[in-house]
Design a protein around this ligand. Structure first.
Ligand code: SAM
Length: 330
């Protein structure tokens, strides 16, 4: 895949190792109790398409709320980044199809800001989708596509350029980590930035528990298909024999700790082979697939302070269900 935009760079020199890492992570997760899978592996070509379908569902309010911020408060977002007036790199972690950042990018181009957009994503497929979309909408955008894990690629951005950074981490991707992992992630993020660099993080806020649960428990079963697709991917790529009909999606939300978790439940006693290993699943045993953590403004503030950032501004959507918060590296 090649970017058709101004900067024609595409970095994926670790690709030879990605399948070994996938196998290792899946086997490690299935040796744990409870069995666990890493949700970053949801995103193959079919997973990307299913996630785009999820974003368009009426129950999945997260995308619409953050879109409200990016469409209606674009100027406010942009000026925090460009008030400094020096050229910068706009890095996006887990950019997906960039449907929200597109509005900010258009504004920044019109304001004649000097920047390169550097979207990072573990899915090469979604980067192709993003590339095509940006080429159609902002033909003169400078862009460097980076396929790989967040920090491997963030380190590469520093090798490519010494300009100041503004980092986007949208969609409440940060919620797809356990709280202690999110704290470690933010500390590591700080270590990879320079004092004065800016971060914009999207957080899904704690709200009516029914609204949250419905967003991940849609009646058409798209979220279920998204979770089951990882078993299909493991079958295809790791020579496994999961019987998809014998696993069922289960979602729950705990309003006390803000964790919305997805599981796949084994419907019978069964064995599954992956490469040369065999795993036993008892009837009703669960595989823990993903957390989508919800936050209060206070939780966000504590996370910033404990990882070496200061909050500059927090912007919410009109319903106050979602918050995009700007941090500066202290
Ligand atoms: C929930 S989607 C959100 C996409 C986008 N940020 C948005 O708000 O619409 C998560 C995206 O992050 C990517 N991703 C997940 N884990 C990743 C990782 N460890 N490193 C790089 N990208 C990752 C996925 O491929 C996917 O495109």
């Amino acid at each position: 895949m090649k970017s058709q935009l101004n900067i024609d760079t595409y970095i994926n020199d670790e690709v030879v190792n990605t399948n070994d890492q996938f196998l290792k992570d899946i086997l490690d997760g299935l040796h744990q109790n409870p069995k666990h899978m890493q949700s970053k592996y949801f995103y193959d070509k079919k997973g990307d398409a299913l996630f785009q379908e999820i974003m368009a569902m009426p129950e999945y309010y997260l995308t619409r709320c953050e879109m409200d911020i990016f469409q209606n408060k674009t100027q406010e977002l942009a000026h925090i980044i460009i008030d400094d007036q020096s050229p910068f790199e706009l890095v996006e972690l887990g950019a997906g199809d960039a449907s929200k950042s597109l509005h900010l990018l258009q504004y920044l181009k019109k304001a004649k800001s000097q920047f390169t957009y550097m979207p990072i994503d573990i899915s090469g497929n979604i980067l192709s989708v993003l590339d095509e979309k940006l080429h159609d909408n902002i033909p003169d955008l400078d862009i460097t596509l980076l396929e790989g894990d967040y920090f491997d690629m963030l380190k590469k951005t520093s090798k490519l350029s010494a300009r100041r950074k503004a980092v986007l981490f949208l969609g409440s991707n940060i919620g797809n980590m356990e709280l202690h992992e999110a704290a470690d992630f933010c500390k590591q993020l700080r270590k990879n930035l320079n004092k004065g660099d800016i971060v914009l993080v999207g957080f899904d806020l704690k709200k009516d528990p029914k609204i949250i649960l419905n967003a991940y428990n849609d009646p058409k079963g798209v979220t279920a298909a998204f979770n089951l697709n990882l078993l299909e991917r493991i079958n295809k790529e790791l020579k496994a024999n999961f019987d998809l009909k014998q696993f069922e999606h289960y979602q729950n939300y705990d309003p006390l700790n803000g964790a919305c978790r997805s599981y796949l439940v084994s419907l019978e006693d069964q064995n599954v082979n992956i490469e040369n290993e065999s795993f036993h699943f008892k009837k009703d045993e669960v595989i823990y697939m993903e957390v989508s953590q919800k936050f209060s403004i206070d939780d966000m503030e504590k996370l910033a302070l404990s990882s070496g950032f200061k909050t500059i501004n927090t912007i919410t959507d009109s319903k106050e269900w979602f918050a995009d918060t700007f941090w500066i590296a202290d």
